[in-house]
Write a protein that binds this ligand. Sequence first.
Ligand SMILES: NC(=O)c1ccc[n+]([C@@H]2O[C@H](COP(=O)([O-])OP(=O)(O)OC[C@H]3O[C@@H](n4cnc5c(N)ncnc54)[C@H](O)[C@@H]3O)[C@@H](O)[C@H]2O)c1
Length: 457
Amino acid sequence: MNISIFGLGYVGCVGAACCAKLGHHVIGNDVSENKVNLINQGKPTIIEADIEPLIKEAHDKGLLEATTDYHYAVHNSEISFIVVGTPSSKEGHLNLGYIYNVAEQIGAALKDKDEFHIIAIRSTVLPGTNKKVGEIVEKASGKSRGKDFTIVSNPEFLREGTAVQDYMNPPLTLVGTDSEIADKKFRELYKDIPGEFISTDIEVAEIMKYVNNTYHALKIVFGNEVGNICKALNIDSHKVMEIFCKDTQLNISPYYFKPGFAYGGSCLPKDSKALRTLAHDLYVDVPVINAINPSNELQKKNAIDIIESKGKKKVGILGLSFKAGTDDLRCSPIVDVAEALLGKGYEIHIYDKNVAKSQKTNTNADFISAKLPHLHSIITDDLNEVCNASDVLVITNKEKEFSDVPAMYPNKIIVDLVRQFKELDYEGNYEGISWSNINVNPAQNNEIIRDMVKTEF
Ligand SMILES: NC(=O)c1ccc[n+]([C@@H]2O[C@H](COP(=O)([O-])OP(=O)(O)OC[C@H]3O[C@@H](n4cnc5c(N)ncnc54)[C@H](O)[C@@H]3O)[C@@H](O)[C@H]2O)c1
């Protein structure tokens, strides 16, 4: 395949060498004549393990050349990668000036190119950049996105120091595209690269790098904070984290990585509080660990805000315990939400078959009447009674029986705190707490946008 790479810095140089290694013909483009000359002499533009022999081999085989002439680069390739820098401003905003300049250059070159062209953004950019680059290219070329060219988001996951290794063995290859032609081309381009090839929505691909890197940063500071607490207690923090990583069911796993409601129950609130207090008593500063509880409290407030934004006073809560299949109400976050709404004058109806059962059989009755004096009299095991009496239904756990609620009560407003549904075809108003709308019904989508506007003011 013939490809061009705009930007021969760190990522561009590694990409050029590795694409040539995969057998593709690569034209590098840079505004720096020095970098262009280096590539044309068979030398890398960066210092990095394994890169020198790869660049030399590619150059010697005639698979790699470089130029400052963007017109030549575009006209002699079918895919153009944009790999220029995206530095941060002082306030943390991205400087996309280099990206937009390249977009204009590629657009200008496309004016007199007849074949379909694929532009791939490899630089790290925020969601929305792909769309903006498309607009710039359309304006500069006079051509149409989708018909004459397309823009793909193909973020780079390499780390400096092991860049060639990382390029050739990525955890996964991610392509955000709305073009079938591009999807097919990229599967072909990366066919010899191991790991899963994931083709997804453009904006999902665009945000992925930020989610990954912020999580990596979080892992580092979490490990360091645990280390600092362990050190103060004379405990070997490396043994602790080594064992921590051996739990691949709950620790190093997808478990808990589901956007949704606040955590609760008898363990997470109590034990994370105990570690915070221990650190405090040891005079060890742990700002990340301290921030966990405020973030959890905020998610309860977000739930209250969404319910309030619906403008209805009759609210049915489907599930009061902290998760499905239990009557355990200790630190159940929905209890705080229900009490806050009750205090604001809402008419609250609560369905929880396990809690209602334990009230009847007296197993948890003392706890319920002592801790929930405002709520215990309104808990019922009659789901229909709650749904009929309420305008807004709040789904708080993944009990199977809640999956029929939209079909049975098509006019109710549904607030979903647990992603009970992956996709929903619903006439009424549906809103999830931490995901954008999954309702396939377009009329409902407009309603949710109006609701979000209402929430803001
Ligand atoms: N460095 C990394 O480890 C790494 C890893 C993954 C992703 N990224 C992302 O990749 C992008 C590039 O990073 P980098 O470290 O390679 O940057 P870099 O600064 O090393 O290289 C950018 C290159 O683009 C060139 N350039 C600028 N304007 C140009 C134009 N109009 N036409 C052609 N070339 C132009 C510059 O001369 C420079 O050589 C950034 O968005 C970065 O965040 C970097």
